[in-house]
Design a protein around this ligand. Structure first.
Ligand code: IMP
Length: 318
């Protein structure tokens, strides 16, 4: 896990903090994602074992790729071809002789592919999804920024005289952002969701509420949580609608701001990222209801979107 890892046992939960990891190979990153997906704690290249000395100087050393603290085992991942494998086997043999207490396992390409097959190839990555053009915001950037927003919101609302903070999300695009943001706010918060009809040329200027709030927001501090503000039409309508319910305060937090496309000037109190005028998907945002499950934000290849739209008719944005 690149930024934060939770290891749960019957009695305690231990949080292991760590820096963002730069992997040497894609296969290592894929392996780390599988471990993350299944909540297995890991460290990347945490220890180098000297294998040969020339006087005081270390003449040869070996750094296994991963350490899995829960089973006290090092893992060396290798997708190398046979001649290089022989060299690696030799090093691992030496390591075992010199450090008999150290448990190390070598995963060769076949073992690795079997593992991938067994665990369903892990979560989607930019390379594993057809049609991805380029990643605009990576998983690490999202995590970092959402944490910063959560910290800022916690600070701003601490000691607020209102009757408590309510986060109001607009379905479905906000699902990922809401889930992550609320867990980064260190105050007691309530959440509520609304659903709004997508833009439809037959109903121009007519935004319909498909699902209203479950609870009253009168006298509460309300923070609208949006996935993306594009033209600003949806948010403008929502602000007017919620203001009429007399909250104690009403602010907006959006993950993405596509400012270049703005038609209505809407106030944004918290913005995750300003992005260029491109159609984006992932982390809740969809194209034809797909791609919401990606853990990053990306653009699609234009030819892919055209082909897909031609096949299935019109896109619904929400
Ligand atoms: P508006 O134009 O600001 O009213 O944006 C309304 C909604 O359109 C957003 O909440 C999104 O659900 C959707 N939307 C706008 N731009 C994009 C995009 O680039 N990708 C996916 N959905 C988008």
């Amino acid at each position: 896990m690149a930024t934060k890892k939770t290891r749960a046992s019957a009695e305690s939960v231990e949080i292991i903090e760590g820096p963002v990891v730069r992997f040497a190979h894609q296969s290592e990153e894929d392996f780390a994602r599988i471990l993350d997906f299944y909540g297995i704690a890991w460290k990347y290249e945490p220890r180098t074992f000297p294998l040969k000395w020339d006087g005081e100087r270390i003449a040869e050393a070996f750094t296994p790729d991963f350490y899995l603290p829960d089973i006290d085992t090092y893992i060396e991942l290798t997708t190398l071809r046979q001649p290089l494998m022989t060299e690696k086997h030799r090093k691992i043999r030496t390591l075992r002789e010199l450090y008999p207490d150290v448990e190390i396992k070598l995963l060769n390409k076949r073992d690795y592919l079997r593992l991938l097959a067994k665990y369903g190839f892990g979560p989607p990555t930019p390379k594993s999804i057809e049609g991805i053009h380029r990643v605009l915001v990576s998983q690490a950037q999202l995590r970092r920024r959402v944490s910063e927003l959560g910290a800022q919101i916690s600070k701003d609302y601490a000691g607020s005289p209102g009757e408590g903070l309510v986060l109001v999300g607009v379905l479905k695009g906000v699902a990922c952002f809401m889930a992550d943001l609320m867990r980064r706010i260190s105050l007691p918060v309530a959440i509520d969701f609304m659903a709004i009809s997508s833009y439809d040329s037959t109903e121009a200027g007519n935004v319909r509420i498909l699902k209203d709030l479950d609870e009253s927001i009168e006298g509460r501090d309300v923070l609208i949580v949006e996935d993306i503000v594009d033209t600003g039409m949806t948010l403008n309508h929502l602000l007017a609608y919620l203001k009429a319910r007399e909250p104690s305060s009403l602010k907006v937090c959006t993950l993405l701001d596509k400012r270049a496309r703005r038609l209505v000037d809407v106030p944004l109190d918290y913005v995750g990222f300003e992005i260029p005028d491109e159609f984006v998907i992932g982390y809740g945002l969809d194209f034809r209801q797909l791609y919401r499950n990606l853990d990053f934000i990306a653009t699609l290849k234009p030819e892919w979107m055209e082909a897909s739209a031609a096949q299935q008719g019109k896109q619904s944005p929400k």
